[in-house]
Design a protein around this ligand. Sequence first.
Ligand code: ADP
Length: 401
Amino acid sequence: MTEAHILIVDDDTALLQALPQAVSLRLKGVRVDISDSALAALAMVQEREYDAIVSDIKMPGMDGLALLAHIREFCPDTPTLLITGHGDHGLAIQALRGGAYDFIQKPIDRDYFVAALRRAIQTHQLRRQVQEQQAALERHAQSLERVVQERTRELVEANAAKDEFLSMASHELRTPLSSLKGMTQLLHRRLIRAKSPEVSSLVSMENSIRRMEVLVNDLLSISFIEMGMFTLHCQLYDVSDLCRRLVDEYVAGTNPAPVVDVDGIESGVMAEIDIERFGQVVMNLLSNARKYSKVGTPIFFSLRYDEETFTLTIRDSGVGIDPELLPHIFERFYRVPGVEVQTGSSVGFGLGLYISQQIVQRHGGRIHVESQPGKGSTFGVTIPLVCQEIHHAQEEPSETS
Ligand code: ADP
């Protein structure tokens, strides 16, 4: 028990002397104030905080019960012990109902009195310690909250700066890249006209430009997605026709030319799609099918439709994907660890499938995959025939089987 300060109130001057003596004999470090009237005691209670108050009930003027009521009002946490006459159970019950900590019967048993007082003081001190610790915890929690707010603000700012940089960098890279592409195409045509043998060296240059174009476009798409500016411009289009054209474009623009089996493309599939974004999905799936298969292995392309949706399927016989890693391949920047690119360049940010999924989901569709390690993968894209553009699609786990 640490230093304590108590108040004893009694109009009986003999007890007012005897009780402090009993306390100082039995309890160390307890300072005792005394008061011979409830009114004077009330003034003292308002001035300082006591660890415990002991008061006789029967006193002229304001009695102990009235004093107790005031104490409960001013300092509800201070335990109050009331002294009752011998066998006065009615008063004792009234005292407890009025919020007294305990009652002590006359004639006062000194040991009982001191033991009850010690408990009262300890209760008060413990209560105060708990309150102090609670207050310290609250202060700590508040300061932590301020730190979290500050860090969050910094992170939000850093994220906005990153988005801005990404958007600016990808925009800035796109312009010189497209003029480089235009110039190479021009040069290509001239060299062909001049029947120059230099054409072949230009082809690898064109391949590099194409790869860079894919990377820059991926960065641009990501920056649009992050900034919530990734919107679709859907229009009714012949998807069968578009798919055939995209495959032709892909085969013509890829060296060595991949074998794409398009027998499965059903004709007359009309749907509302964003042509450019849909093309991005097809190109990404085709280029993955090629990248993760041995050179020259055929890629199977099919397009089917029913009353409400069309489904595009791209199947390869490549390295396949470990079933445990399958759920991750649509995450941003995810690349299956330890998987070598089988054909072409190894560049890739692990963004293609993430962006493809975003595009498909924003069309109201879903992208699904089946894969067997060592045997190959089948990626399917199902999109409603009528555009149901979903803004800022929630990231849902992809269907894998
Ligand atoms: P990137 O190809 O640029 O790494 P993607 O987002 O397109 O990024 O693909 C993520 C990962 O999924 C790839 O790194 C690859 O490990 C795996 N993957 C995607 N398509 C295939 C596929 N057809 N066959 C095997 N693995 C694939």
